[in-house]
Design a protein around this ligand. Sequence first.
Ligand SMILES: NC(=O)c1ccc[n+]([C@@H]2O[C@H](COP(=O)([O-])OP(=O)(O)OC[C@H]3O[C@@H](n4cnc5c(N)ncnc54)[C@H](O)[C@@H]3O)[C@@H](O)[C@H]2O)c1
Ligand SMILES: [Zn+2]
Ligand SMILES: [Zn+2]
Length: 337
Amino acid sequence: MKSLVVQEPNKFIMSEKAIPECGDDDVLVKVAYAGICGSDMHILHGHNPFVVYPRTSGHEFSGTVAAVGAKVSELSVDDHVVVDPVISCGHCRPCRHGRVNTCLNLQVIGVHRDGGFSQYQVVPASNVYKISKQVPLKQAALVEPYTIAANVFDRLRPCDGDSILIYGAGVIGLTLVQVAKVLGIPSIVVDIVDEKLAVAKQLGATDTINSKQQDVEAVIMEMTQGEGVPLIADAACIPSLVPQILRLAAPAGAVCLLGFLSEPSELAQIEVIKKELTIVGSRLNNKMFSKVIPWIEAGELNTEAIVSHEFAFENFSDAVHQLETSPESSRKIILAF
Ligand SMILES: NC(=O)c1ccc[n+]([C@@H]2O[C@H](COP(=O)([O-])OP(=O)(O)OC[C@H]3O[C@@H](n4cnc5c(N)ncnc54)[C@H](O)[C@@H]3O)[C@@H](O)[C@H]2O)c1
Ligand SMILES: [Zn+2]
Ligand SMILES: [Zn+2]
């Protein structure tokens, strides 16, 4: 089988390997489609502190079951499946409190251990979710990005009548718009690229704001009669925007941050205290696959809208070129196996 191996930062090869053995509690997945994520690019360029090289990345993938371990009873060969990348220990404090995605011994498939940029991959059966064969496997590969959005709403804890302000109409921003729609929450989206905002609008955003052309704070305060927005998700993840985001939050509102940068943001305590804001982080997902899969099976999410390009797995370097030279015209790039 072929696997994409990042041997060291900025150096990858298409390696020929033996198909891995399936342990008793494991499933061997024949990968069908895999999405490329910003974090795969970080692994490629040596910007992910959790990665030990060589590494096969890829944490957004679908496929068919090729073999099951001796102790696996709920999955069978030929099932269509998707894989939750979050592997937790089950006994640390976060795990005991049901926060498995912040496990002290967290292992992320495609980051801490080899992932889906491979024709076959062995994964723990407990991370494998069956999906209806009615859902094309290409769509199934997009379950993971929607679990990021589902997790954000789980962290924000919306109240009846709340609306959400979403910074960034990239892949994650667009999944947030769609999940907001499924949950009946009106969304306002801010970005600096009109084409991205147009897609957000098509997917159900109530309003869009181009922050290069309009004063976001003035527009939002006018829209909300000076109150601000009760829920905010930051899927642009630019540290310097955080003070503005806090100013735009309504009293008793909640703000969810998603960025992985270590650059600090300025925080005016008064913004948080006078409005008693809840500021939360969201990392990957906490058991959200079983929430998102039924939405996709019911046709409630427009998965195709977040995909801009498809490349054959063998042409990975063309996909990287597209992402890195034309970010404005790139959304999710899918690899076909
Ligand atoms: N916490 C998590 O679990 C998690 C998971 C996935 C991604 N992320 C993070 O979320 C962020 C977004 O990921 P993505 O895949 O959607 O990336 P993306 O590049 O597709 O989207 C980023 C968007 O932000 C927009 N943007 C840039 N500057 C802006 C500004 N000043 N104001 C408003 N919008 C602006 C861009 O035009 C783009 O549309 C990344 O930083 C990524 O690391 C976090
Ligand atoms: Zn991802
Ligand atoms: Zn744990």
